[in-house]
Design a protein around this ligand. Structure first.
Ligand code: SF4
Ligand code: SF4
Length: 440
């Protein structure tokens, strides 16, 4: 297979970064790379999606990664997993998996799965601030993304399903493969998952997941987990705090202790980001001169500054998220050439996962989920935009009958992915989504 064929196949299959970022994977392919990292680090607490995927489908994951490496001439593939996952999967550091692939064991710290942190931890290279991983000669795919590439090259399968952890305050957490577009309410109903008064639901992990309405939300290409968590814990409380509230608190309560900067994983890698300074920048000044908050674009959103460091109830993350939207509006990104110098303190300041779970208030919910296999649902709702880039354009009409795997929306111009039917049934076009219903 040649470069263009692989790129076309990956786009045709609708493969997006399955780890949460949702970047169209074909857009990451490049010549001259030295190492491919398969990210199975499962950085977020309570998530066991990649664990079950690697336990059951390692050969497909490796086929996807090996194919990319072969076509792009990448000499080395590293399957990156944390120490606790390696133990559960009985894998050793450096263990060969094929002629070019081997296991790389990462420490049980947070947030080692963040792309920039992962690259440093696995290869010792630091991606320059604001630059793409390929500038360091590295390509990173989430384990499920590599699995989806394997499914396409081995079996011709387009992306129609998602591996998802359902956990948190549920009686028996589980991992399941469901059709894309499965309504969260149907998934909960099938498994008798209740959301009691005073509980919230997240799409994603407790650190970086988003609050969702379980009555309206559906499983998308970037859904790694659906978690039910009490409103009272830090993981949920801090997500309810907006930038306005945080700026108001910062004005009165921030003592400029710099703890938020001391633990920031990007600052520890030598990136010019200092959350304590961003917190004290006034939003009015940032609006008038967005370059004052350019460093906000270097934040990976890990939440350590907020849920771990700040004892004044301020959310530097919420402030920084606000500044990210200001930068987007002004079409600005960090572009200065900076050669980062990794802090000598980094090794000692990395946060052990167990401490992180306690800070978030989720330690008591951490149980190894059962794997339930594949499930089928009779109705799905597929958003036209499930990745970074432009939304797909419907290619079917109201009332059309479709088969599973069939294209229902084409990729738009530029960075975009097509969409495939995740179940067989009858189509209904909704604003921004396509519903498919199968009459039983
Ligand atoms: S940790 Fe909190 S109080 Fe300290 S500098 Fe950061 S925002 Fe201010
Ligand atoms: S969320 Fe806070 S700690 Fe994490 S990268 Fe952003 S500024 Fe740093």
């Amino acid at each position: 297979m040649d470069f263009e064929t692989l790129k076309r196949q990956m786009q045709e299959a609708g493969i997006a970064g399955a780890g949460g970022a949702g970047f169209p994977s074909y857009g990451k392919l490049s010549e001259g790379l030295k190492v491919l990292l398969v990210n199975g680090s499962e950085c977020e607490p309570l998530l066991y999606t990649d664990f079950h995927l690697l336990k059951r489908e390692l050969s497909t994951v490796l086929s996807g990664a090996e194919t990319v490496a072969e076509v792009l001439g990448i000499p080395e593939v590293l399957l990156c997993i944390k120490a606790h996952t390696a133990e559960q999967l009985s894998r050793k550091d450096g263990e060969p998996l094929s002629s070019r692939a081997r296991v790389k064991i990462l420490p049980d710290v947070y947030p080692v799965g963040d792309e920039v942190s992962l690259i440093y931890q696995a290869t010792g290279k630091v991606v320059a601030p604001g630059a793409l991983p390929k500038t360091a000669g590295v390509l990173v795919f989430n384990a499920e993304t590599a699995y989806n590439i394997g499914q396409k090259v081995l079996r011709g399968e387009n992306v129609t399903e998602k591996w998802v952890t359902v956990g948190g305050a549920v009686e028996a957490p589980f991992v399941v493969r469901v059709p894309l577009g499965t309504p969260v309410s149907d998934l909960f109903a099938r498994h008798s998952v209740a959301v009691p008064e005073g509980y919230a639901v997240l799409d994603g992990g407790p650190s970086m997941g988003k609050l969702i309405d379980p009555e309206r939300a559906v499983v998308t290409k970037t859904t790694k987990a659906i978690l039910v968590l009490p409103e009272s814990i830090e993981a949920v409380r801090s997500k309810r705090m907006d930038a306005e509230m945080s700026v108001a608190r910062a004005e009165t309560a921030c003592c400029q202790c710099t703890h938020c900067t001391d633990v920031c994983p990007r600052a520890l890698l030598g990136y010019p980001i200092e959350p304590h300074k961003l917190v004290r920048t006034s939003p009015q000044a940032a609006e008038a001169d967005a370059s004052l908050v350019l460093a906000a674009s270097l934040c990976c959103g890990c939440g350590l500054c907020t849920d771990f460091a700040c004892c004044q109830g301020i959310s530097p993350k919420a402030v920084i998220d606000h500044y990210k939207t200001v930068l987007k509006r002004h079409n600005l990104r960090f572009g200065a050439r900076v050669t980062p110098k990794v802090s000598a303190e980094r090794e000692y300041r990395m946060i052990p996962v167990e401490r992180w779970k306690k800070a978030l208030g989720v330690a008591k919910f951490d149980k190894l989920p059962r794997f339930l296999g594949e499930e089928s649902y009779s109705r799905v709702e597929l958003p036209l935009l499930q990745s970074i880039g432009a939304p797909a354009l419907p290619a079917v009409e109201n009332g059309a009958k479709v088969e599973r795997g069939q294209i229902i929306a084409n990729a738009a111009e530029g960075l975009s992915l097509p969409l495939h039917a995740s179940i067989a049934g009858t189509v209904r076009i909704l604003g921004g989504a396509i519903e498919i219903e199968r009459k039983e």
